[in-house]
Design a binder for this molecule. Structure first.
Ligand code: CS2
Length: 485
């Protein structure tokens, strides 16, 4: 038998935001890494941190933090037991344990999936007026935000003479590592300028692109685990077979886990991968979610097999998204989108369009508005992207009118606009004025104002089906035009 300290490898990674995504995407990589290491003492354990709720800690603790990741392909399930997670702390109750773990010399990596809103930023800078950030400026040793936890832990490491860990953002944001570096160093500078300088010099923030479709786990999924694995599991995760993880090879003094040996791509520049994924996959996800909701389609697989939506997504890709992407070397982007269509169609992945439609105010900028701005500058078509924006405006107004909650960090501002502007052009103008979502250049651009207002009116007058048909015709016209040019 192994001595107890060897049987349980040291925590070398702390992950902030231990939701279903990272448990289905990142932890299986650490599990594979451990499985390939013959000496147990060389293996790594991961500590997870839940920032908002104790639920995942409480579900996993009675099962020693092990759980099943179920790969759900079109034809069947493959369950895998994940054992590398050795602890989960909830920020609201286990702050000291979490900070002690993050400050421990064995920890070389702090990874994050905290979603777009977790970065507490406004236009790429720390939002110092954000209530969590105000709290963390005044109580730096008792943080509540993710940047606050990183700053407090790095302060401890600096004081103890321990090298900095590397901070690895795994969120769907353009240049996610740069944004994390910005908010962390901005916050540190406000708390202690010398610490801010130390972090700037010592901490690496590689950019990464992450990809795996992970729907929310349901009660049926928990029952499936019992059937497949013969064991109760209160916190399994479901995922598609596909995954891709591309990381900028920029780690600090603590080195990096040998992720390349388990299929992770370590590259000098993640930008083309991230641009392709954020725009082609996430952009079309957001389009399917919003327009799918308006069109009565509750899941992605049902939405993408609807001829009108499928036709729209095909033309959105070919006319507006693909032309805006700098394609990674050796990648066939048309084949990439075709494969996305197949991934989205997997009928056994029940991915709710309502789930993807959450937090859209944070998702539009990298997914829809970035290609829109570039298309405008290059004189390329924008009609489909503008339909997605108009669809969002119709979707949030519909929720409001039905008295249903809007899950979005800007819900109060959005509901304020809805209740103070008459439906129509004034409402569209009000929404385009949402600071932090639409840049002044986009919000004030006549072509955008016209296209979004027209689509919005058309959705109200003729319904989304007519708009989807129109958009496909427009796309056909513009592709005929460019074929003739
Ligand atoms: C989705 C993503 O919920 C969403 O916004 O677009 O979670 C998507 O499933 C993943 O990024 C796929 O890698």
């Amino acid at each position: 038998m192994l001595p107890a300290d060897v049987a349980c490898p040291p925590i070398r990674v702390v992950h902030l935001g231990i939701g279903a995504f990272f448990r289905a995407f990142g932890l299986p990589r650490f599990e594979a890494l451990n499985a390939a290491l013959p000496r147990p003492q060389d293996r790594s354990a991961v500590m997870g941190v839940s920032l908002r709720s104790p639920a995942i800690r409480d579900a996993l603790a009675p099962q020693d933090f092990t759980y099943h990741a179920i790969e759900r392909g079109p034809n069947g399930d493959v369950p895998r037991e994940i054992t590398c997670l050795s602890d989960v702390g909830y920020a609201g109750e286990d702050r000291e344990r979490i900070l002690a773990a993050m400050a421990a010399p064995d920890v070389g990596l702090v990874s994050l999936t905290i979603t777009e809103k977790g970065y507490c930023h406004k236009n790429g800078q720390l939002d110092a007026s954000h209530p969590d950030i105000q709290h963390d400026i005044e109580n730096a040793e008792m943080p509540v935000s993710a940047p606050g936890f990183i700053v407090a832990a790095l302060a401890r490491r600096r004081a103890a003479g321990t090298p900095s860990f590397t901070c690895l953002s795994c969120d769907n944001l353009a240049d996610n590592g740069r944004l994390l570096a910005r908010v962390v160093t901005d916050l540190a500078a406000l708390v202690d300028p010398a610490l801010g300088r130390w972090i700037e010099a010592e901490t690496r923030f590689p950019v990464s692109m992450v990809d795996r479709i992970v729907p929310a786990t349901t009660k049926d999924d928990r029952d499936d685990v019992l059937r497949l694995a013969g064991r109760e599991d209160q916190a399994p995760v479901i995922h598609e077979p596909f995954w891709q993880w591309v990381i900028e090879d920029d780690f600090g003094l603590m080195g990096r886990p040998d992720l390349a040996s388990v299929g992770v791509q370590l590259v000098a520049d993640v930008t083309p991968y991230e641009m392709m994924k954020l725009r082609c996959l996430n952009g079309s996800h957001t389009a399917l979610a919003l327009l799918g909701q308006l069109h009565g389609k509750q899941t992605v697989s049902v939405a993408i097999t609807d001829p009108l939506l499928a036709g729209f997504i095909d033309s959105l890709w070919s006319q507006e998204i693909i032309p805006s992407v700098t394609v990674p070397q050796g990648q066939d982007i048309t084949a990439y989108c075709k494969a996305l269509g197949a991934r989205f169609s997997n009928p056994r992945i029940i991915h709710q369009t309502a789930q993807i439609a959450m937090d859209t105010s944070q998702k539009l900028p990298p997914r829809i508005l970035a290609p829109l701005a570039e298309n405008l500058a290059a004189g390329r078509p924008i009609a489909g992207l503008c339909l997605v924006i108009a669809g969002w405006m119709a979707f949030v107004r519909h929720l409001h009118d039905m008295g249903r909650p809007l899950h979005d960090p800007l819900a109060d501002r959005i509901n304020g606009i809805i209740s103070t502007t008459p439906d129509g052009d004034g409402y569209v103008e009000g929404m385009l004025g949402l600071e932090g979502v639409f840049s002044p250049a986009i919000a004030g651009h006549e072509l955008v104002i016209d296209a979004v207002s027209q689509w919005y009116r058309r959705i109200g007058a003729d319904g989304i089906a007519a708009c989807l048909e129109d958009a496909a015709t427009l796309a056909l016209d513009s592709s005929n035009r460019s074929a003739q040019e």
